[in-house]
Design a protein around this ligand. Structure first.
Ligand code: HEC
Length: 145
């Protein structure tokens, strides 16, 4: 690829990122993908497949706190369908419960930030923390068929 093509590609990515602000479905999928990637890193460390890294662990918790604070704003009533969303209608029928689950993720991640000091504490705390992901997906996200 030559430089011009690369530059054009970079601009296209920039435009997509800006567009996400006005497209809550794309924005929340991006946000979820980000914590999905962090969780993969965490899973590897929890299983001992990759060496434990305290700063990575703290970055994972910070990404959860950030997502938990931004996500509730990315489910406006105008975003129930379209954009290949896996969000279920139950979200808008139980908005308070849905948002409480994000609040719980944020609070648990803050607690984890304080508790996790080394590989051992990470291995105890991380699997518990990620139960918050599944507990929301189970009720509010369509299963992949
Ligand atoms: C309070 C609810 C809730 C919590 C908590 C939550 N999610 Fe999600 N997640 C969703 C919903 C709803 C979708 C579907 C979004 C859509 O398709 O519009 C989703 C989608 C995803 C996706 C798919 C994104 C894509 O490519 O479309 C990933 C990956 C994901 N979540 C990871 C996580 C991880 C990891 C955690 C925990 C650290 C987490 N989520 C916590 C509600 C939640």
């Amino acid at each position: 690829m030559n430089r011009t093509v690369l530059a054009v590609a970079a601009i296209a990515i920039g435009v997509t990122a800006v567009g996400a602000q006005s497209d809550p479905i794309a924005a929340r999928k991006e946000l979820m993908k980000g914590i999905g990637a962090q969780t993969k890193t965490g899973g590897g460390m929890a299983k001992g497949e990759v060496p434990y890294d305290q700063s990575k662990a703290q970055a994972i918790f910070a990404s959860y706190i950030d997502a938990a604070s931004k996500a509730p704003g990315l489910f406006p009533p105008t975003s129930k369908s379209g954009g290949d969303t896996a969000a279920l209608p139950a979200i808008w029928e139980n908005k308070a419960d849905f948002e409480a689950k994000f609040a719980k993720l944020g609070a648990d991640a803050k607690e984890a930030q304080a508790k996790v000091k080394d590989a051992d504490s990470f291995k105890t705390v991380f699997p518990e923390l990620t139960k918050d992901c599944g507990s929301c997906h189970q009720t509010y996200r369509a299963k992949k068929s």
